[in-house]
Write a protein that binds this ligand. Sequence first.
Ligand code: ADP
Ligand code: MG
Length: 671
Amino acid sequence: KKFKPGSVFFRLDRNKPGMLLPRKGNATTPIEVQRKQLPIYQAKPQLLNQLRQLPNVILIGETGSGKTTQIPQYLYEAGIGRQGMVAITQPRRVAAISLAGRVAEEKRTQLGKLVGYTVRFEDVTSSETKLKFMTDGMLLREAIGDPLLLRYTVVVLDEAHERTVHTDVLFGVVKAAQRKRRELHKIPLKVIVMSATMDVDLFSEYFNKSPVLYLEGRQHPIQIYYTKHPQSDYLQAALVSVFQIHQEAPPSHDILVFMTGQEEIEALARTCRDIAKHLPDGCSPMVVIPLYASLPPAQQLRVFQLAPKGCRKVILSTNIAETSLTISGIKYVIDTGMVKAKRFNPDSGLEVLAVQRISKAQAWQRSGRAGREDSGSCYRLYTEAEFDSLIPMTVPEIQRCNLASVMLQLMALGIPDVMNFDFMSKPSPEAVHSAVEHLELLGAVERKEGQVFLTALGKKMASFPLEPRYAKTILLSPDYSCSEEILCIVSLLSVDTVLFNPPARREEVLAARKKFSSSEGDHMTLLSIYRAFKKVSGNKEWCRENFVNSRNMGLVKDVQAQLKEICLKMNLKMESCGADTEDVRRCLAHGMFVNAAELQPDGSYLALDTHQPVAIHPSSVLFQAKPAYVVFNELLHTSRCYMRDLCLVDADWLLDAAPEYFGRKLHLTRS
Ligand code: ADP
Ligand code: MG
């Protein structure tokens, strides 16, 4: 490892009494003792010394050393930045919620008082809140109303190595706010950038050559295993590995498996539970715990609970357990080498969620999870040659996503010249161009004399914490007298899935869904499920029978209320179209026309704007029906490129929505 000259290096003494790492069973250790056992505790006085003096700090420390949970508390206890709040940003909402909960517990206060959190559509803070955990996206939204971030005296940009598009934009926003506050003689803003590992030179350079503080990790040796041959089915390989370890290792050694998403995690969890039931005598029992972003918080906390004695804990997780959450007791890591992430083609303007290979940096982070408390093993379900071919670092999201949403926000922040924004890594000119084109199509921006301006519509669109096309659809809805329905649909699409789809009970699910299934598509189906849910006032029994996630449905109501508030502020007319939902579809066609697809004579589909072949996802109610034209919400790339959440539309509506665009580009003609 190379360290920058002038950087501060806290060497932690492994043999110091009281510094023994918490072993299994630490859940019974009093929480104050747990805090003192964290590696960061040793460095507290020197750390505070530095944090007090420096306006910018970069803090690097092994995952689990206590950065996220302790630094905010240290600042508070030392009275640093007491005049305002401390914001701690997280790329993921689960992490923000769970860490705020943990810190509130450590401070023995109720969540929402001294310690709170703000994520999209959920604000658990009060006037007492001093330590505020939030998603990076939320802080960015706040910056639109308050570009100097005057409420905050310290901003902690956590998990900086993840380089989400929001964090990247925040780097620039925070840096500018800091400079302007200095010029205006306002209360200074302290910026702390924290991460496990990252390219410190790039960060230090960007933040005015700020010093780097290293917390030396206490990594135990980890044995790395590769497969002999490339695996064609990483899920199968993971399953085999889990049971091989299970049969050979003592039950107190827990297993963490890195996978890509909810569906495959739930499927593997079920298979593991089934197999575990039928193991030979003498084999210890197993608890299988899924961990992914859309899991209800109560279930997320299960990963932190100890397994009963003599029972093995197997955690199946997305990359959320890579660096944001630390789980104790892990001795074995199984790394599928895969992650689900956004991928963007600026030529086609198409953004897809795709399962793809991780970077080397991610692979090292994953294996590191095995050696936190003792020596461990990591099973990489790929060959060493495959490992060598991985890219060194994950490409920042800003260089691989559709920038339309971010550009709209930047322009609302009063930063018109996006190409000259102080990005740590600039997006490609093609991607910026394609985003401007997208926003232009939606009517959010217009070009005048080579400059791009936000239109009145664009300003309104930026007020919604939504993708531009959803915001546009809402703004259009009064013209179709269906704002109530559109708000409801957008809310349904904004929370994590409201439906359960356990594959093992596929027949039952299909039968239950049939009652609500609409030939007009998934949006209408969701709408009728929501209406039925409201009719029975969210009855738990009804939810179970109909495979409806009652918690997420409850959230839909909150989201809807919040969106409605924004609409009312703009004096939008709130109306319902009742049973006649054709206007809802018309409205969706007008708002979502960039995501339209056309049936081809051979039964396949083409995305209309990019001419890319796409298919209807099997979960869609339109899977069999195959209508001539649809608009869809998103593309998911697995074995093929699937459209998810579809709505049946008329070609005429698309033409009306963007006559020139469709006429010129696609030669779509009226029926
Ligand atoms: P870092 O940010 O350096 O990765 P954290 O501050 O997130 O470290 O974690 C410090 C410790 O707090 C870890 O040992 C972790 O297991 C523990 N911890 C965090 N959240 C919870 C929770 N909800 N329940 C129990 N332990 C937790
Ligand atoms: Mg952390």
